[in-house]
Design a protein around this ligand. Structure first.
Ligand code: SF4
Ligand code: SF4
Length: 439
């Protein structure tokens, strides 16, 4: 039998004792809503955690499957819990122990090793682009699937990594209002280069000097949440070496997950690893706290400095109807929800319309979608229905994962585009005549 402190830190274990089993987290959980099985509910998993910690239950392959298949780590249960239980810390901690005991599987292990090494990522994404071209040429793009998504519905890789084309310093032509470091994450670097171009262009027009460090590793959060904390820790150390600096006013991030990592998760992760004696010292925890205080999502940064924004040209012709989907890691991970809506509503060509359940998870959850495609598709189906009902032409969202999930499902029927809010701001500043046509 293991002592509690050996499995998870005392601070994390403490959350189990705060659960009053009231069940107020059940309806908030997108997985429970589809499955209606207590062991897959947040309350059920807190009780499983209690038994594991007390030594009454073993972490077996079956338990590992429950821990991975029943949770998107969306944080909705944390937000709904009146007792302040931080279920996500418990569940991700148990995933770590489950991965140590039962293994992660070869494919996942390999994928995380690639994700954690920039050079390997460059080569792998170049190869991925070639394979995609081949699938396109042979008409296989629509037949092959990544999880529940046809490969042809997933955005292609950038021709070159964003960082290779745009890394370095981008200075405004006039006076400088602020100096920021831009953390663009893997998604912008390898898939959504247009978002990176929009970020740098909008910030430059606002008089912001943007520095894009040439070497940017993965933020490590997807790896951490999947239980490979050892690989993730190497990424975290590298990010901190690059981004904890005294000469920057802010570290600006365009990806909800990366932002949540830098702003919120690093201090929690490192405190827990330090308390468990996992080769993390107080200096690293303090550096993470400093990075957390500097980090801002791009929508949050632009909104806080709206007075630096040049005037938009008046709208010509019919306005475009835009709705907004809240990424879990932005709304619950960073408390950013009002800001992107305020920015979208002020664009002259935009008619902003709320959708129902905008804050509900889209069902993607990174690898969840690849491994548990059936449950994921049910959750995404609800999101797509809500988008359709809003009658929007465009869905704005600040997370590349949500963008891929929602975009691929919308592509099945066509007609609605998914864009990052900063892309719409960029179009408005560029004076795009028709947002539906613009890139
Ligand atoms: S809402 Fe909180 S206290 Fe209630 S069952 Fe869920 S985790 Fe436990
Ligand atoms: S994090 Fe999300 S998916 Fe996981 S148990 Fe909580 S509400 Fe359900």
């Amino acid at each position: 039998m293991k002592h509690t402190a050996q499995l998870l830190s005392d601070a994390t274990v403490e959350h189990i004792h705060h659960c009053a089993r009231c069940g107020l987290c059940l309806d908030a959980c997108p997985v429970y809503r589809e499955m209606r099985v207590e062991s897959h509910s947040p309350r059920g998993k807190v009780q499983l955690a209690r038994h594991i910690i007390n030594g009454n239950l073993e972490i077996t392959d079956r338990m590992k499957d429950i821990l991975f298949s029943s949770c998107l780590l969306c944080g909705s249960c944390v937000a709904a819990c009146p007792s302040g239980v931080r279920q996500s810390a418990l569940f991700s901690g148990l995933r770590w122990r489950a991965a140590q005991r039962c293994g992660l599987g070869f494919a996942k292990k390999l994928f995380f090793q690639v994700l954690a090494r920039e050079r390997l990522m460059h080569h792998t994404t170049r190869l991925g682009r070639r394979v995609r071209e081949l699938l396109h040429l042979t008409g296989m793009e629509e037949k092959m699937k990544a999880g529940n998504l046809p490969v042809g519905h997933v955005p292609p890789m950038n021709a070159k990594p964003f960082n290779r084309e745009h890394g370095g310093v981008i200075a405004p032509s006039g006076g400088i209002n602020a100096r920021i470091l831009y953390f663009h994450g893997c998604a912008t670097n390898y898939v959504f280069g247009d978002i990176g171009v929009a970020v740098t262009s909008v910030l430059r027009r606002m008089g912001v000097r943007v520095e894009i460090p040439k070497h940017q590793p993965c933020c490590g959060l997807p790896i951490f949440l999947s239980g490979d904390r050892e690989t993730s820790l190497a990424c975290i150390r590298e990010v901190m070496e690059q981004f904890v600096r005294d000469d920057a006013d802010a570290v600006v991030v365009d990806c909800a997950t990366c932002g949540s990592a830098l702003k919120n998760e690093y201090p929690h992760i490192l405190r827990e690893l330090r308390d468990l004696g996992e080769n993390v010292d107080d200096g690293l925890v303090r550096a993470a706290e400093r990075l957390s205080s500097l980090t801002m999502d791009i929508s949050e940064f632009i909104d806080a400095h709206r007075d630096w924004m040049p005037a938009f040209s008046p709208a010509h012709g019919k306005k475009v109807r835009v709705t907004y989907h809240d990424p879990c890691h932005l709304l619950r991970g960073q408390g950013v929800g009002v800001q992107p809506r305020r920015l979208l509503a002020m664009l002259p060509a935009v008619d902003f319309a709320e959708m129902d359940e905008a804050g509900r998870c889209c069902g993607g959850g990174g690898e969840f979608q690849l491994e548990y495609g059936d449950i994921s598709a049910l959750i995404t189906g609800r999101k797509i229905e809500n988008i359709r009902r809003s009658e929007a032409d465009i869905v704005a969202t600040g997370c590349p994962g949500c963008n891929i999930t929602i975009g691929a499902h919308l592509k099945k029927t066509g007609g609605v585009r998914v864009l990052h809010p900063v892309q719409l701001i960029h179009m408005a500043l560029e004076g795009a005549a028709d947002f539906n046509e613009s890139k």
